[in-house]
Design a binder for this molecule. Structure first.
Ligand code: N01
Length: 864
């Protein structure tokens, strides 16, 4: 029995770096590697054309500046042999081979609860007893079986790109088939076509591909790296993809067609996946309309290269958004289909019936072949863990069983029920959505640092809690709403393997955010982990690491970095200037049919308003809108993106009222202005282009307060008629003792102390129980139907809920939206807090119901 502190499966990028770190930290370790040399994926994938598709400037270890100095890549995208040489060079330089048992597979892995150790049996040599067991087995290392009937009958040669013979394959003069057009197929096809007598490509799904433009590393990228290597690497670690390229900030609707095309051509010329996936426009990744603009340009390019229109169309992806399936870099791929010795078989039109002794038979033809190449991919992410060998955790539970419905992990690093087992770039971590080397280094560092910590604290076991794991699954699902991956059948979601449980496996929230989350787990006392040790030593810190929506977390993080003083310390004028400045930097909001600025008659003189008219033919129902700002801040334009968005979604006129503010105009000015505006708008509805019939009212925050109050006043004072009220995070009451005032007192932008200040400026204590400022204390029966949205991390949450419940109790039809993980400004930060879209869709639907109109043409749900 070999006794070690740590056993590591795999000697690729991850295994090698782990062994290096473990040795440096004073742990005894063994690497167990099925192959007879180092290299991992680069050992096995030797097919013609195999290269990396992240530039070598970035696809390199960064842990040792000296290594970076002594190794020079020859190309922008290194070939497989060069990458394999690099990994051999690293293994030698750090003398790692002596810790690796090559040609050795783990046969079984079993957790021994009494000893707090893993017991591994192996296919060769002594079994291993280790304290910690680390799977550095890659994400794409278990090739998928052929799945096509008759593969065993074929009399010619069969090869898998992921298990290509070391001695190479002679294809000259042969009739060759390639099945599969993912990254492997797209890299291999041009080279196979150049050698074979004839190549037939069997394609099920066309993929988006664009040129790699291989050659020397681009001068600008090299210069950026060499200017300040440490800074470049630090930026990579905090970037979204592990490559420090700035993302586009402008939205597609802010750019003209010429500008969009120019950006596309620039990304095309860069020959870089990350550039094409992130530098066109801000909405290319998460929004169907923005995405389609990019996809169309890529499709156009295919038709410009491939001469035969039918072949060109067959090669054109139309069934998934760009980026939802992994796009590919190509070299001569499309041009290859202009060669006389290449045929494309579109399996969507003529599926394969069987592989026969002599070739492949489809619904329409039989193709005689000498060689079949399967470029059909992998049982990705989970296959690299579950197909390697049985893993039995606490109580003998098998990881394959625990993952039967899809992988469950905490941080993609650990699994509840499997103490001391770690995965490097496992499902639930950024892994294949990132530059793998950056993610591998982050994981290996995090794990080894934890092992050091456990050793210092005298613990011998660490295990994720079920709560933490469930919370991580929820966070993953929240993040995936920001992407379009759900709209494609891919290996990211397990859809490529028949019978595999569906679900997005890589973490889509980005490398930088993920890193900060892993660090936060540590700074919060290993939140989500239970530790145990000899003599009953134990520590459990149960909880969920991310409860905020992912984009809310980013926004709050950025606000925290500004290190602002309490906002009330600016004073009313100062804070108004600050808010105006802040608003000037936000996305402008999408176009609506028309915007009209005008004045209406308030309680005591004219008030400005801004009217947002939909692009659809009118007349439209009118929604009278009251902006937020604590009765102190803002104006009729300050919730511009929110008004535009709801105008578009509901197909209604939004008329935002510029009511007067405190401290210049204290209570009840805002309420009376609001009511007067309501009456004026009702009287002038036709002139404004509004539909005859009752108005609707809406408002956010203090504007939600005014919306609620004006509904009551309209009811109590005999009109105008209101068809429905939309209250978003409304102020409804003057007491501050509900739990949300404490739970969310600070840290979520709108603070308790800021609310105190707003109240003080607007309303003296003696007036505060007046229903015109505390509508919760008013007469509620007979009010129009309401939709009340509240946010979990908002001091105002509970008074909003209280108002909804009180109205419902008084017989008012009420619908509530309790937005999990959101903060006070989530709904109004349009195109910033993208996870709030679903809530705004519901708001628009509620307005439509109130107005008695059917579903609007508006915006397709999937486009969000
Ligand atoms: O595998 P894939 P891959 N009948 O799953 C088709 C990385 N990588 O090895 O899309 C017929 O992408 C399948 O069709 P469909 C990279 O992350 C990187 O190419 O399922 N066809 C698809 O066309 C990549 O994404 C590099 O309808 C069948 C193809 O086979 C990942 O590895 C190079 C089929 C499989 O494509 C996997 O790439 C190579 C069947 N029964 C790989 N089964 C670099 O450049 C599957 N297909 C770094």
């Amino acid at each position: 029995m070999q006794q070690v502190d740590v056993a590591v499966v795999g000697a690729g990028f991850a295994g090698l770096y782990l062994l290096h770190r473990l040795r440096g930290a004073g742990f005894s370790a063994v690497g167990l590697e099925a192959a007879d040399d180092v290299g991992g994926t680069w050992y096995w994938n030797r097919y013609p054309g195999a290269r990396c598709d992240i530039q070598t400037t970035d696809y390199s270890y960064t842990f040792d500046p000296e290594l970076e100095r002594v190794w020079r890549w020859s190309e922008k995208y290194a070939t497989q042999p060069e990458i394999l040489r690099y990994l051999g060079f690293v293994a030698d330089r750090y003398d790692l081979r002596r810790d690796i048992r090559f040609g050795t597979q783990v046969a079984t892995a079993t957790w021994d609860e009494a000893q707090h150790r893993w017991l591994l049996t192996t296919t060769k040599g002594a079994p291993v007893s280790c304290r910690y067991y680390i799977m550095a087995s890659g994400c794409l290392s278990a090739p998928k079986p052929p799945e096509i009937a008759g593969a065993g009958d074929f009399k010619g040669e069969i090869y898998f790109t992921g298990r290509w013979p070391h001695e190479g394959v002679a294809l000259a003069g042969k009739r060759v088939a390639v099945i599969g057009t993912g990254s492997s197929g797209i890299q291999a096809i041009p080279l196979i076509a150049a050698e074979a007598a004839h190549l037939t490509v069997f394609q099920r799904t066309p993929n988006f591909a664009f040129p790699a433009h291989n050659g020397p590393s681009p001068a600008d990228r090299v210069a950026a790296l060499e200017k300040d290597r440490a800074d470049y690497r630090a930026q990579a670690r905090l970037s979204l993809t592990g490559v420090p390229l700035p993302r586009a900030t402008e939205f597609s609707w802010q750019l003209g067609e010429a500008e969009r095309r120019q950006r596309f051509e620039k990304a095309l010329a860069a020959g870089d996946l990350v550039a094409m996936l992130s530098q066109l426009w801000a909405d290319q990744g998460g929004d169907l309309e923005g995405n389609a603009l990019a996809a169309d340009l890529l499709r156009e390019r295919i038709h410009s290269i491939v001469k035969d229109p039918e072949t060109a169309e067959a090669l054109t992806p139309r069934d998934h958004p760009f980026g939802s399936k992994r796009p590919c870099l190509e070299t001569n791929y499309y041009a290859t289909f202009n060669r006389p010795n290449v045929t494309l078989v579109n399996l969507r039109q003529e599926p394969i019936q069987a592989i026969t002794a002599s070739g492949i038979k489809t619904d329409r033809r039989s193709v005689d072949l000498d060689v079949i190449v399967f470029a059909t991919g992998f049982d990705a992410m989970t296959g690299a863990i579950t197909s390697v060998h049985p893993i039995a955790g606490r109580g003998g539970k098998s990881i394959s069983d625990v993952w039967a419905d899809g992988p469950k992990t905490y941080l993609g690093l650990t699994v509840a029920g499997f103490p001391n087992l770690f995965m490097i770039t496992g499902p639930g971590s950024p892994s294949v959505f990132s530059n793998m080397v950056v993610s591998i280094e982050q994981h290996a560092d995090w794990v080894v640092d934890r092992l050091v910590g456990l050793r210092e604290a005298g613990f011998t076991a660490i295990e994720a809690t079920e709560t933490a794991q469930a919370g991580w699954a929820r966070h993953m699902a929240d993040c995936s709403q920001l992407t379009l991956h759900r709209l494609a059948n891919t290996w990211y979601t397990g859809a490529n393997v028949p019978g595999k449980a569906p679900g997005l496996m890589p973490y889509p929230g980005g490398v930088g955010p993920y890193r900060t989350i892993c660090d936060e787990v540590v700074s919060r006392g290993l939140l989500g982990f239970t530790l145990s040790g000899p003599n009953g030593a134990a520590q459990s810190n149960d909880g969920e690491i991310v409860r905020l929506q992912p984009d809310v977390r980013l926004v709050l993080g950025m606000l925290a970095e500004l290190n602002l003083p309490p906002l009330e310390s600016f004073g009313a004028q100062g804070l108004r200037a600050f808010v105006a400045q802040f608003n000037a930097t936000r996305p402008a909001g999408r176009p609506v049919g028309e915007i009209v600025d005008g004045t209406l008659a308030g309680a005591d003189g004219p008030l400005p308003y801004r009217l947002y008219r939909p692009a659809t033919p009118g007349p439209h129902p009118i929604v009278v809108y009251f902006h937020g700002g604590g009765w102190v801040l803002g104006d009729e334009q300050s919730d511009d993106p929110f008004c535009r968005d709801l105008c578009r979604r509901s197909g209604m006129i939004f008329l935002s009222v510029g009511y007067r503010h405190a401290p210049e105009h204290r209570f009840p000015t805002a309420a009376e202005d609001g009511y007067a505006a309501l009456r004026w708008i009702a009287e002038h509805a036709a002139e404004l282009g509004g539909r005859a019939g009752p108005l609707l009212v809406a408002g956010w925050s203090a504007g939600g307060n005014l919306a609620a109050v004006t509904c009551q006043l309209a009811h109590d004072r005999g009109g105008p008629a209101i068809a429905g009220q939309l209250l978003v995070c409304p102020v409804t009451d003057c007491t501050f003792d509900r739990p949300s005032y404490n739970d969310n007192a600070a840290g979520y932008f709108l603070t308790r102390s800021l609310m105190y200040w707003f109240w003080d400026l607007y309303c003296s204590p003696a007036d505060r129980t007046d229903p015109r400022v505390s509508p919760l204390r008013g007469r509620l029966s007979g009010l129009p139907p309401a939709f009340v949205a509240t946010c979990e991390f908002d001091p105002l949450r509970d008074e909003g809920i209280a108002y909804a419940e009180a109205m419902a109790a008084a017989g008012v039809p009420v619908e509530q939206l309790k937005a999990r993980g959101h903060f006070h400004s989530s709904f109004t930060m349009v195109d910033v807090v993208m996870t709030s879209v679903e809530g705004r869709i519901k708001m628009a639907e509620a307005l439509s119901r109130f107005a008695g109109q059917g579903q609007q043409e508006a915006i397709p749900r999937a486009a969000e």
